[in-house]
Design a protein around this ligand. Structure first.
Ligand code: G1P
Length: 290
């Protein structure tokens, strides 16, 4: 994929059922790892990769997401004397130009991406799933752009190896080696029934896509769970466009379920200077009580 990817689509329209009851009023994407929403981490990753325009796909009832990026002059006035707090208040909106489109019905990830068609237009773009959080500098999108810089017009997905017992929860790729940590995709399948996966290389929620993906998604019938799957759209795209899979560097956290989010919070707290000592002390005390 050529380096000039300016736009990213962040699908954030799901109901967040694994986080009920909090998701009755707080969108899952705003739940924190330590003290910052998951959405903040992925917008930072996008900005680091050179993305200037972020398009968030939300759904009715998730107005809190737009609220998060709105300026807060009232807070800024009240916190005017505290530079550190002021910086936190305005950090989300400053990273990128953030806009919103609404997915009216929960018809799947592929459909959510298709909803952003007009906002993206006729140019390559990234897709970032905000509950896949990866701790690494450079971020996954930057790594993917670098790994596929030679393959202009190609599409790519991020992948990682997972234990075979859980591979049925993911999109899975069938590949040939194409370089260091890079694979050429021959086929891919969304949530393969147990025992049928072509490999244990699972898709992690980062995609670099050409605009032709929208035509592919228009032609994609409902698949796993009766939803229009992005993975199935990619399988159609592969008829015309080369697809690569990038094994990124970094730890991936599954922010889509409460234990994954807790793990991420603990590990981030252990790494951050201002929280490291207290987190280590807490974990030691808890472990001693087991
Ligand atoms: C989605 C994608 C799947 C991918 C996964 C990564 O699944 O459809 O291909 O492996 O994200 O998190 P979901 O988590 O929505 O079930």
């Amino acid at each position: 994929m050529c380096a000039a990817v300016r736009k990213a689509v962040i699908p954030a329209a799901g109901l967040g059922t694994r986080f009920l009851p909090v998701t009755r009023s707080v969108p899952k994407e705003l739940l924190p790892i330590l003290d910052r929403p998951m959405l903040q981490y992925v917008v930072e990753e996008a900005a680091e990769a050179g993305i200037t325009d972020v398009i968030v796909v939300t759904s009715p009832g998730k107005e809190g997401i737009a609220e998060y990026f709105r300026p807060r002059p009232d807070l800024e006035t009240r916190l005017a004397d505290d530079a550190a707090l002021l910086e936190k208040v305005s950090s989300g909106a400053r990273l990128a130009d953030v806009s919103f489109v609404i997915q009216e019905e929960p018809l799947g990830l592929g459909h959510a991406v298709l909803t952003a068609r007009d906002a993206v237009g006729d140019e390559p773009f990234a897709v970032i799933l905000p509950d896949d959080i990866v701790e690494h500098t450079p971020g996954v999108l930057s790594q993917m752009l670098a790994a596929t810089a030679h393959a202009e017009d190609a599409a790519s997905v991020a992948v990682e190896r997972v234990p075979w017992e859980i591979v049925h929860n993911y999109g899975v790729v069938d590949t040939d080696p194409a370089g260091e940590r890079l694979h050429r995709v021959n086929g891919l399948v969304e949530k393969p029934p147990p025992g049928t996966a072509p490999s244990n290389l699972s898709i992690v929620g980062r995609y670099l896509l050409p605009p032709q993906i929208f035509d592919s998604l228009e032609r994609t019938p409902p698949g796993a769970r009766g939803e229009i799957q992005l993975t199935d759209g990619l399988a159609l795209l592969m008829e015309d466009v080369a697809l690569y899979a990038c094994e990124f560097e970094g730890v991936r956290y599954d922010g889509g379920n409460p234990m994954g989010l807790l793990r991420a919070s603990l590990e981030y707290a252990l790494r951050r200077e201002d929280t490291r000592a207290a987190a280590a002390d807490l974990i030691r005390r808890l472990a001693a009580e087991l």
